[in-house]
Design a protein around this ligand. Structure first.
Ligand code: MLT
Length: 407
């Protein structure tokens, strides 16, 4: 007799972004004449850079020729791409072996799948507010109890509020798997070296593992802020780092990412290299490698022209972030983030409930954002704006908010 995975029934509601989509589709049906401006999901809008597009065309031609056609590649990814990534990390002073890097089809799946190599009774800690994929995948994997008003039983929520600069204190109970995201989604806060070090020290003492989501590292311009957790001494013993080309190079529709499992990573009872070998085993069993087209396109991101064009993409989005912040500030809406991160985390006027404000903003200003509470209880009274829109949409959104939002 087949039975469903009962853990799915514990999930509170639909995943956040489809729910936002559902509400905007409903609004659009009722108001077909309105043009909604979507600054909700962090989806890129700029076209792929010319270096990437050239490489994709070239690869398509190779695939069309029987002499150069390529079938399956290594599950771990193309060696050249893994080498390009080691060179990229060298720029941050981080030395990695290409064998420690696993190319993926994007960060989200690995952020969830990585849990499968750790024991079923591992206690998971997350920041609150939090990117919902970490929490939902924890629930689905059976590492939580039921949902309550304050989140799921069994998950440790580490508060991130204005009072602590949106970086949490160490967990007050023993956590085995700790998700950290910096630059942070949704708050846009970036952890300092010392803040990361406090977690690395904790993880080494407790034989915990940190799952470090660095998907927005490319947006850090302040040279004093760490772009990789491995800039912190000892992190290779206790941290997996997961990253993506999605936001870095506009690959949300192409799908490409990478995960680093250092050879020296150890958890309770594991030998040197064992965790890396288990992830390799998992990937070779359940993943057939990212698409060759995507991987070669990814390689072009690290070419000379690719690097320059990628920086232009990032500068474009960061200019958007500046426009959003200025616009909010002129309206007296308090906001943070948006300086070394593409997200702006703002307080709802008058502390309004965040879903109510979401509806109000959509109705009055025709702008879709992400309600803060969708990221956890500490997100209540906040909303997140994504800087990944087109410049004209960002400007129009700020005009609409200024002219039509009744606050
Ligand atoms: C977001 O809006 O938080 C992200 O775009 C979602 C994602 O990367 O999956």
């Amino acid at each position: 007799m087949a039975r469903i995975n009962e853990n799915f029934k514990k999930l509170k509601e639909g995943y956040l972004f489809p729910e936002i989509h559902r509400r905007s589709v409903h609004f659009q049906k009722e108001n077909p004449e309105v043009e909604l401006i979507k600054l909700g999901i962090g989806d890129t809008t700029r076209p792929l850079s010319p270096a990437v597009v050239r490489k994709m065309h070239e690869t398509a031609d190779e695939m069309a020729d029987e002499h150069t056609y390529k079938g399956y590649g290594a599950e771990q990814g193309l060696q050249e791409l893994r080498e390009a990534l080691t060179a990229h990390y060298k720029d941050y002073g981080v030395n990695l072996d290409p064998d420690e890097i696993f190319i993926s089809d994007g960060a989200k799946s690995d952020l969830a799948n990585i849990q499968s190599i750790f024991s079923g009774d591992a206690v998971v800690a997350v920041q609150d507010p939090v990117y919902p994929a970490y929490v939902d995948s924890t629930v689905i994997s059976g590492r939580s109890g039921s949902s309550t008003d304050n989140g799921y039983e069994g998950i440790i929520y580490m508060d991130c509020t204005e009072a602590n600069g949106f970086f949490p204190a160490l967990p007050d109970k023993k956590a085995d798997i700790i998700y950290l995201c910096s630059p942070n989604n949704p708050t846009g806060a970036v952890a300092t070296h010392d803040q990361l070090k406090s977690f690395v020290d904790y993880a080494r003492q407790n034989k915990s593992v940190i799952i470090f989501d660095a998907a927005y590292a490319g947006f850090i311009s302040d040279p004093g802020l760490p772009r990789s957790i491995y800039e912190v001494e000892g992190a290779k013993e206790c941290a997996v780092e997961i990253n993506s080309f999605s936001k870095l190079a506009g690959f949300t529709g192409v799908r490409l990412g990478w995960t680093i499992v250092p050879d020296s990573l150890r958890v309770e009872g594991s030998a040197n290299g064992e965790v890396r070998a288990m992830w390799n085993r998992r990937q070779t069993t359940m993943f057939n490698g990212a698409s060759t087209l995507a991987q070669l396109a990814g390689l072009a991101v690290f070419s000379e022209s690719g690097k320059k064009e990628t920086k232009e993409l990032i500068d474009y989005y960061m200019k958007n972030a500046g426009i959003i912040k200025e616009g909010l500030s002129a309206l007296g809406i308090e906001a943070s983030g948006g300086e070394n991160a593409p997200y702006i985390w703002a307080k709802t006027p008058g502390g309004m409930d965040s879903w109510k404000f979401f509806d109000k903003l959509m109705n009055e200003a025709h702008v879709v954002v992400t309600p803060g509470v969708g990221f956890g209880k500490n997100g209540e009274g906040h909303f997140r704006l994504s800087a990944f829109g087109k410049r004209e949409d960002i400007q129009q959104a700020m005009d609409n908010i200024r002219n039509n939002l009744k606050i």
